[in-house]
Design a protein around this ligand. Structure first.
Ligand code: PMP
Length: 437
C-alpha cells in the first residue's frame, strides 16, 4: 500500500498530517454507499464524504453528465459570456428553494459562497443608502469556511487568532447549544426565544443602524451538530426584520436534503434574505457553490434591466459548464429518487438507532435531526480529541467512516442510506465506543 513520506504532498497540514502519517488512510475508489481503501477494503460512508455526497458515490447520471459536458463545452468565460446550463441550473435551484429566494450567484465552494454573501450584504446596505451598516454578526461555534470573511464571522477562535484584526466590527452571539439542558434530547430543546434575544442585546449595544447582517448555520455542523430550539430562528428573523438587518443562512451542510427538507430554512419555516449553499449542490463531485438572494436584494444591484451597479465580484470558474452540468444531474437525481425529503422518512429509524447508543461508554449526549447525528463523548482533561479519534480509528479499521470534531462524533450518511445500513452505522459506532481504552 502507499505510505506517504512527505508532508508537502498533503493539503491538510500539521496535526492532521501527523495523525495521518502514523495511520495512513487512502481511498482509491467509491461507489454508492462505500469507499474502497488502498488495501482493498470496503468502508461504509457514514459521513457522505464531508457532508456533501448526498446522492451517494459515482452515480451514473452525474458521471455521464460530467463526461458529456467536458466533451461538448468544457469551459466558457464567466465574464461577458455565458452558457445555457448555468441559467438552467440557477432556475432549478430556485425551483426547490424557499419562496422569495429567486436569484443565484455562483461560486466554487462553501467558503467562497460565504465571502460572496457578506459582500452582497454590505453592498446592498450601501446601495440602499445605509452605508453606516458595516457591522456583521456571527455566532460562537459558527463555522463559515476558512477565508478571511468566514473566519471573521466564524466562532472558532483558534481559526482566526493568528491573523490579527481581520474584518472589523464583528460580534458573535452565544451559541444555542447548552449541554446541561439538551443532553439526550430527542426533538428540539427549549429556550429558543431567550437565546435569540441575545441579538436584541447586541443591537441595543451598537445601534441597529450600524448592523448590516447576521449570519448563522440553521444547524451548526462542523462544530458538533448544534441544533437550535424550534423558535430560535423565527425570533432571529423577527429581530432582524424589525431592525433592517439582513439574515444570512449558511446552508452549506443543511442544504439539499440533509435535514429531510430541501433546505434548513424549510425545516424551521424561516426564510432568510440570503442563503449560502455548496457541497450537496453538485453531490460533492465538482466544486461549486450558489448564493441565493431575494428580488429585493437583486434589484438593488441593478440600475436598469441589464445593468449592474459597480460591484466587481465573481470567479474564473463561477457557474462553469462542467460544474453546472454536474449540478443539473445532481438535482435531477435528488428529484427522481425523492432524496430531498428522504431524511424525513428515515428520521425515526435514525433517531432510534442513534439514541440506542445512550449508555455506551463515555457518551454524554446524543443529538439528531434529519439525517445528521452527533454522539458527544466526555473529554479527557487536556486531551480533548483522544477518545473520539480512537473511536474513529476503530470504526475505520472495521469498515465504517465517521467524522470527529473535538470529542464529538458526527454522522451524516448519503441520503440513499438503507435502513439496514443505518443499523450498520449504529453498530459500528457502538463497537468503536466499546473499544475506547
Ligand atoms: N460553511 C459551512 C456551514 C460549512 O460546513 C463549510 C464546510 N464544512 C463551509 C462553509 C466551507 O465550505 P468549503 O469547505 O467548501 O469552503
Amino acid at each position: 500500500s502507499v505510505v506517504p513520506n512527505d508532508l508537502g504532498a498533503f493539503w491538510m497540514p500539521f496535526t492532521a498530517n501527523r495523525q495521518f502519517k502514523q495511520n495512513p488512510r487512502l481511498f482509491v475508489a467509491a461507489k454508492d454507499m462505500h469507499y474502497t481503501t488502498s488495501d482493498g477494503r470496503q468502508v461504509l460512508d457514514g459521513t457522505a464524504g464531508l457532508w456533501c455526497v448526498n446522492a451517494g458515490h459515482a452515480r451514473p447520471k452525474i458521471v455521464e453528465a460530467i463526461a458529456n459536458q467536458a466533451a461538448e463545452l468544457d469551459y466558457a468565460p464567466a465574464f461577458q459570456m455565458g452558457h445555457p446550463k448555468a441559467f438552467e441550473l440557477a432556475n432549478r435551484i430556485v425551483d426547490i428553494a424557499p419562496e422569495g429566494l429567486n436569484h443565484v450567484l455562483f461560486t466554487n465552494s462553501g467558503s467562497e459562497s460565504v465571502e460572496t454573501a457578506l459582500k452582497v450584504a454590505l453592498a446592498y446596505q450601501k446601495q440602499k443608502g445605509q452605508g453606516s451598516r458595516t457591522r456583521l454578526i456571527g455566532r460562537e461555534r459558527g463555522y463559515h469556511g476558512v477565508n478571511f470573511g468566514g473566519i471573521s464571522v466564524g466562532g472558532i477562535v483558534t481559526n482566526r487568532k493568528m491573523f490579527g484584526t481581520l474584518l472589523t466590527g464583528v460580534d458573535h452571539m452565544p451559541h444555542t447549544h447548552n449541554l446541561s439542558k439538551n443532553a439526550f434530547s430527542r426533538g428540539l430543546p427549549a429556550h429558543g426565544a431567550e437565546l435569540a434575544d441575545e441579538l436584541e442585546r447586541i443591537v441595543t449595544l451598537h445601534d441597529a443602524s450600524t448592523i448590516a447582517a447576521v449570519i448563522v448555520e440553521p444547524v451548526a455542523g462542523s462544530t458538533g451538530v448544534l441544533i437550535p430550539p424550534p423558535d430560535y430562528l423565527k425570533r432571529l428573523r423577527e429581530i432582524t426584520r424589525k431592525h433592517g438587518i439582513l439574515l444570512i443562512f449558511d446552508e452549506v451542510i443543511t442544504g439539499y436534503g440533509r435535514l429531510g427538507t430541501p433546505f434548513g430554512a424549510d425545516y424551521f419555516g424561516v426564510t432568510p434574505d440570503i442563503m449560502v449553499t455548496a457541497k450537496g449542490l453538485t453531490n460533492g463531485v465538482i466544486p461549486m457553490g450558489a448564493v441565493l438572494v431575494s428580488s429585493e436584494i437583486h434589484d438593488a444591484f441593478m440600475t436598469g434591466p441589464e445593468h449592474l451597479i459597480e460591484f466587481f465580484h465573481g470567479y474564473t470558474y463561477s457557474g462553469n459548464p462542467i460544474a453546472s452540468a454536474a449540478g443539473l444531474a445532481t438535482l435531477e437525481t435528488y428529484k427522481e429518487e425523492g432524496l430531498l425529503t428522504r431524511g424525513a422518512e428515515l428520521a425515526k429509524v435514525w433517531e432510534d438507532g442513534l439514541h440506542s447508543l445512550r449508555g455506551e461508554p463515555h457518551v454524554i449526549d446524543v443529538r439528531n435531526i434529519g439525517l445528521v447525528g452527533a454522539i458527544e463523548l466526555e473529554p479527557i482533561a487536556g486531551q480533548p480529541t483522544k477518545r473520539a479519534f480512537s473511536a474513529f480509528l476503530h470504526a475505520y479499521e472495521n469498515g465504517l467512516l465517521i467524522r470527529t470534531t473535538g470529542d464529538i462524533i458526527a454522522l451524516s450518511p448519503p441520503l440513499i442510506v438503507s435502513e439496514s445500513q443505518i443499523g450498520e452505522i449504529v453498530d459500528g459506532v457502538r463497537n468503536a465506543l466499546r473499544s475506547i481504552q
